[in-house]
Design a protein around this ligand. Structure first.
Ligand SMILES: NC(=O)c1ccc[n+]([C@@H]2O[C@H](COP(=O)([O-])OP(=O)(O)OC[C@H]3O[C@@H](n4cnc5c(N)ncnc54)[C@H](OP(=O)(O)O)[C@@H]3O)[C@@H](O)[C@H]2O)c1
Length: 163
């Protein structure tokens, strides 16, 4: 199954200068918890922002570049069609599409689940989540985030399943 996993601020902002617009360790912890042991699928820019393949999960990068440009244990897919074929062949697995915007735009009609962290704050940015048609999804879980010195925003976690 294909799952979008992302965090957004006001107006759906998700990125700035190739990085996240915020520092929110609780969300990074959530990301690690849900993706560990599963598969993450990242666009080349988002993959680059990690700085290395993320450990203890299958890393897939979507790029026009050759596989030789990436570490051997990274699966390189050269098109969204290749992502769809991979997803069809791994239906029982949790495949987390972790961005960025280019992948979220291109795979909107294919995604089965949405895992969204909503951050109730304004950030400047240069990358936004595409407008999702939430009528096509049902909110099945929501969990408040804990605001503290390290995580100085109001935020919560949501999970939606395609209807
Ligand atoms: N807040 C969040 O949850 C979140 C999540 C993820 C990312 N982000 C942020 O979003 C920004 C990155 O997003 P982005 O949209 O600019 O980039 P992106 O989607 O991560 O990567 C874009 C790259 O992916 C490859 N690509 C995209 N579509 C393709 C296709 N159909 N076939 C083959 N390759 C394809 C291309 O790589 P090549 O040029 O190598 O061919 C393209 O340049 C960063 O600021 C990042 O930190 C935020």
């Amino acid at each position: 199954m294909l799952i979008f996993l992302w965090a957004e601020g006001h107006n759906g902002v998700i990125g700035e200068n190739g990085q996240l617009p915020w520092h929110l360790p609780a969300d990074m912890h959530f990301f690690k918890t849900v993706t560990t042991g599963n598969t993450i699928i990242a666009g080349a820019r988002t993959y680059r922002s990690f700085g290395r393949p993320l450990p203890h999960r299958q890393n897939i990068v979507v790029t026009h570049q050759a596989a030789a440009n990436f570490p051997e244990d990274v699966i390189v897919l050269n098109s969204l069609t290749a992502v769809r074929e991979y997803a069809a062949a791994h239906r029982e697995e949790k495949l987390f599409v972790v961005g960025g915007a280019q992948l979220f735009i291109g795979l909107q009609d294919d995604v089965d689940w949405l895992y969204r962290t909503v951050i109730d704050a304004n950030f400047t940015g240069d990358t936004w989540m595409p407008v999702i048609d939430y009528d096509k999804f049902q909110l099945v879980a929501t969990q408040p985030g804990i605001r503290n010195d390290q995580n100085p925003y109001d935020y919560h976690f949501e999970q939606y399943q395609r209807r």
